[in-house]
Design a protein around this ligand. Structure first.
Ligand code: TPP
Length: 662
């Protein structure tokens, strides 16, 4: 066991003091949680957590997630004290300021040691489930020599009250993710006051019911915390929750134990009183050398482990080592481009009439053969969303060799776990449900985009075209809502070739998540001539050009391409020259040169768009003079063909919209 040269309490008080000082300086922030959990964090980071500040990207490091992201100063203080080069004392002084690494809530990518972006409560806990799952999946592929680590999550009352935590907890219990350890900051205080105002839950009972091992500790007694952590790490077949009884704002003379310490500076007088009470005699932002060196010594513990791991990696058979390095670097396999190419060539030759969800399934069948890093799944709609590739084995508790996860009816938990998997690295997660249920995933989709993660959302049944299930299942505003999220690629392919191209783009985008928006109903082939170039890569392209000068541009995506194609023929019959423009990904199109965009959209032409969704946003492409044929409200329950007619999304309606404007 590591024996620091200074007392536990001075090491923990360093966290408390830095948290108080940074919040005071910023005049905003949350001192209470860091002060309350300082003891637990000290025991964890000095005795248990496997990490090496010199090699923060070490794939086999333990992961530490601060799910209670408002307590960001706890993480920043610990990273600084443990010796992460990124986290200087100046960064702590610049807490919450523009351009600092110390944002109000921890942001992935700002500094080494921040494993995920947290702040929306509950997300971090669910990310932790994904990380612990990724660890087991990789351990099954590469063995304990290379992958053998824990995932620790610090979660508060708020995280446990959020609904997503229930999905995460029950999934982790079901999969028996025994390397997952949640440290519950049981301080019984949230913003409004005592948690008794709003909950009477038996949290321990809830975890037990989900199949967890529950341990308890006085969160201010380092020996008790130590014992609980040792117990939680004992081999077993259940994840562990350690219920740490703590006092929020520990050390604050009059405010400790109250909501007053939760989210505002303590104030000069209270800070002075806390210094007195804690016996911390040092000025703001000053940590005495002996305490810093004790912390740095604890931080250096992992160096030997890291070196031993490097040796094991070097000794691994060349092929295994190369595959491990490729997967952890997130590189696509060498055969990737050729596989996509052959799918496209075959589709152009065979011209299949397929639903794009089936096209997606066909692409996956080929890709999983060369990409063991693809981890698929669905929130209980496997047969509908075509996410289970033929050769994929199902992941089960105790058997993580497979690549397919039955997430159960847990869309939000699935999305948040996929973020955790992508953050962990070594795997590329994709998961499916109906497009309408992106609403149930949206907080996590937003975080995929904010963090810049390669997560692929396979969202099928993408319009009224799903038919009889009716308006509860028919997305109308979802395309617009998803297109509004920055750094999210929303792909709506029209056939087998476009689906293969969009999958290729999604998997090649290492810093952007993608949503593949796919149909339930069959669509005819659009792309019947093979091109090596990925035409979807520029977001939009002219699918059918006019022979003479173009007067009209018909803009469409996915299942409305055939309607545009039919309208084009009808217009041609009346001597009106119209081109069909396929626009599978707006955000990629936005990034093209003005000249390319103009060439595709047709300068000076009348633009009419058709999409079986609300028109919000299409004005950008059609201009104020253009037209839109689509939905104006919610759908209805009926066969798809009847609905298209009922809502007037037909070639005749497109022709009429054109003629009314010419
Ligand atoms: C999804 C979400 N809802 C609301 C908030 C605002 N919020 C931040 S902290 C907090 C209370 C959290 O209480 P607890 O987890 O007990 O934290 P502690 O008071 O112990 O610091 C709330 C409601 C949030 N960050 N995320």
């Amino acid at each position: 066991m590591h024996q620091p040269a200074v007392s536990h309490s001075s090491m923990a008080n360093a966290i408390r003091a830095l948290a108080m000082d940074a919040v005071e300086q910023a005049k905003s922030g949350h001192p209470g949680m860091p002060m309350g959990m300082a003891d637990v964090a000290t025991v964890l980071f000095t005795q248990h957590l496997k990490y090496d500040p010199e090699h923060p990207g070490w794939p086999d490091r333990d992961r530490f997630i601060l799910s209670a992201g408002h307590g960001s100063m706890l993480l920043y203080a610990v990273l600084h004290l443990a010796g992460y080069a990124d986290m200087t004392i100046d960064e702590l002084r610049r807490f919450r300021q523009l351009g600092s690494k110390t944002a109000g809530h921890p942001e992935y990518g700002h500094a080494a040691g921040i494993e995920t972006t947290t702040g929306p409560l509950g997300q971090g806990l669910a990310n932790g489930v994904g990380m612990a799952l990724a660890e087991r999946l990789l351990a099954a592929r590469f063995g304990a020599d290379l992958v053998d680590h824990y995932t620790y999550v610090l979660a508060g009352d708020g995280c446990l009250m959020e609904g997503v935590s229930q999905e995460a907890i029950t999934l982790a219990g079901h999969l028996k993710l025994s390397r997952l350890i949640v440290l519950f900051d049981d301080n019984k205080i949230s913003i409004d006051g005592p948690t008794s105002l709003s909950t009477s839950e038996d949290e321990s009972g809830r975890f037990v019911a989900a199949g967890w091992r529950v341990l308890e500790a006085d969160g201010h007694d380092p020996d008790a915390v130590q014992k609980a952590l040792l117990d939680a790490r004992k081999p077993g077949d259940r994840p562990s929750m350690i219920r740490c009884r703590t006092i929020i704002g520990y050390g604050a003379p009059s405010k400790a134990g109250t909501a007053a310490t939760h989210g505002s500076p303590l104030g000069e007088k209270e800070v002075a009183g806390a210094r007195e009470k804690l016996g911390w005699k040092h000025p703001p932002f000053v940590v005495p050398n002996e305490i810093v060196s004790a912390w740095r010594g604890a931080g250096a513990r992992g160096g030997a482990d890291y070196a031993a791991w490097r040796k094991r990696l070097a000794a691994a058979p060349a092929e295994k080592r190369a595959e491990f390095e490729r997967m952890t670097a997130g590189e696509l396999p060498a055969a990737f481009a050729a596989v996509i190419e052959s799918i496209k060539a075959k589709a152009a030759a065979e011209k299949p009439k397929l639903a794009t969800r089936q096209c997606s399934g066909n692409v996956l069948d080929e890709l999983v053969k060369i990409m063991p890093e693809l981890i698929g799944g669905s929130a209980d709609l496997t047969g509908s969303v075509n996410t289970h590739a033929k050769t994929m084995k199902v992941v089960k508790a105790g058997d993580f060799a497979g690549g397919y996860i039955h997430y159960g009816v847990r869309e939000h938990g699935m999305a948040a776990a996929m973020n955790g998997m992508a953050l962990h690295g070594g795997v590329i997660p994709y998961g499916g449900t109906f497009l309408v249920f992106t609403d149930y995933c949206r907080p996590s989709i937003r975080l995929s985009a904010l963090m810049g993660l390669r997560v692929v959302y396979v969202m099928t049944h993408d319009s009224i075209g799903l038919g009889e299930d009716g308006p509860t299942h028919q997305p109308v505003e979802h395309l617009a809502a998803l297109r509004a999220i920055p750094n999210l690629q929303v792909f709506r392919p029209a056939d087998m070739v476009e689906t293969a191209e969009c999958w290729a783009l999604a998997l090649a985008s290492t810093e952007t998540p993608s949503v593949l928006v796919l149909t339930r109903q069959a669509l005819p082939a659009l792309r019947t001539i093979h091109t090596r170039e990925n035409l979807c890569a520029r977001g939009a392209y002219v699918a059918i050009e006019t022979t003479g000068p173009r007067r009209v541009s018909l803009l469409a995506t996915g299942s409305e391409i055939p309607i545009a194609v039919e309208a084009q023929a009808k217009l041609a019959g009346e001597g009106i020259e119209a081109a069909v423009v396929s626009m599978p990904c707006w955000s990629l199109f936005e990034r093209q040169t003005a000249a390319y965009r103009e060439q595709v959209l047709g300068a000076g032409t009348l633009k009419v768009a058709v999409e079986a969704a609300i028109g919000f946003g299409w004005e950008r492409w059609t201009g104020p003079e253009g037209g839109f044929v689509g939905m104006k409200g919610f759908g209805a329950s009926a066969p798809a063909g009847d609905l298209y007619k009922h809502f007037g999304i037909t070639a005749d309606a497109v022709v009429a919209a054109v003629k009314a404007r010419l």
